[in-house]
Design a protein around this ligand. Structure first.
Ligand code: GLA
Length: 331
């Protein structure tokens, strides 16, 4: 059996998913493929990008303690799904690992499908894989990555309301390319910094007594000055930008959509403080290039990739074009 799960690039809406906000990611035409033969007491996988294989017992107790490190994601899925049978197989991927294109979520979803998870219910599949990620990495990630991978619509980005988990497909207009540029910096700080940001957002919500999703900018301005207020301001303004972006793109107003992306980058840099000089320089270079409508860091930050909306051919030699792909599936 073969299970395939795409990676994703987030067009806009970062660090909003874990407070029930809006995001607009897109599954991409780079993917992780698990070829699997069920049977036996363990889940045994080799990988074309990892030196050592994963061998996970069906009753694995602590996925975070499993070695090698990539096997933790396999173990996380096993711990959540508790399949009755193991199996043997191979993992192949065309995704750059650790670059902010959700290679870990793609691995989780592909392994879950290989182990027999229901592919007809994207929300249940995504929740299981989000939980697997928590167990494997200790990072308190939101649901964006797993849900767009499980529920993507080909040719479209997917606006997700992370409170209701409602999904709205947003067509990528003809004549618009989504370009990804890898900064080359791997996201070493992500685990601790992500947890810190997560805690700051939770603190803003507890000071305000409400979910940030339903808070106004005027209310945010009433928070004590400092990091927590700036984090909240990013989340509230970012939710607004996602809605604006999706409406603009659906209406074919690519200039307005691109401007929202570039503003999102400034907010992630100044208020949420998850950018790096390398990411800032890439965004600056892109937005100064004729034919580029907008650019921003994508994903958690602290390295990884930048995403841009561009006229086809506008950025020769810089990054690569990704196409909007369909959801993870078995075949
Ligand atoms: C990572 C997490 C997501 C999301 C982004 C930031 O990709 O896995 O849940 O929080 O960071 O938007």
């Amino acid at each position: 059996m073969i299970a395939v799960a795409p990676g994703r690039v987030n067009l806009i809406g970062d660090h909003t998913d874990y407070s029930g906000g809006l995001v607009c990611p897109m599954a991409i035409d780079l993917a992780t493929t698990v070829t699997f033969e069920p049977g036996g007491e363990r889940v045994e996988l080799t990988s074309d990008v990892e030196a050592l294989p994963a061998s996970v017992a069906l009753d694995v107790a602590d996925p975070a303690a499993v070695v090698p490190a990539w096997a933790r994601y396999v173990a996380g899925v096993v711990a959540v799904l508790r399949p009755r049978r193991g199996g043997r197989g191979t993992v192949r991927t065309t995704l750059p690992v650790g670059a902010g294109l959700s290679s870990s979520a793609a691995l989780e979803v592909a392994v879950a499908l290989a182990l027999g998870a229901d592919d007809a219910d994207p929300v249940t599949l995504a929740r299981a894989c989000q939980r697997a990620e928590h167990l494997a990495s200790g990072v308190p990630c939101g649901i964006m990555d797993q849900l767009v991978i499980a529920g993507a619509v080909e040719g479209h980005a997917l606006m997700i309301d992370c409170t209701t988990l409602d999904r709205t497909p947003i067509p990528i207009p003809e004549g618009v390319d989504v370009v990804v540029v890898d900064s080359g910096a791997r996201r070493a700080l992500t685990t601790s910094a992500y947890a810190t940001r997560h805690a700051e957002v939770a603190e803003a919500e507890s000071l305000l007594g409400r979910a940030l999703r339903s808070v106004t900018l005027a209310e945010v301005a009433g928070l004590p000055p400092g990091a927590v207020r700036r984090r909240a301001r990013h989340v509230v303004t970012e939710n607004g930008r996602v809605a604006l972006f999706a409406a603009a793109l659906a209406a074919g107003d690519v200039a307005a959509a691109g401007a929202a992306m570039t503003e999102s980058h400034a907010s992630l840099r100044d208020d949420f403080e998850v950018s790096t000089p390398g990411l800032d320089a890439l965004v600056q270079r892109l937005v100064a290039t004729p034919g580029v409508w907008g650019a921003r860091l994508t994903g958690a930050g602290f390295g990884g990739c930048v995403v841009a909306l561009v006229e086809p051919g506008a950025t020769p030699g810089l990054g690569w074009t990704v196409r909007p792909a369909g959801p993870a599936h078995r075949r």
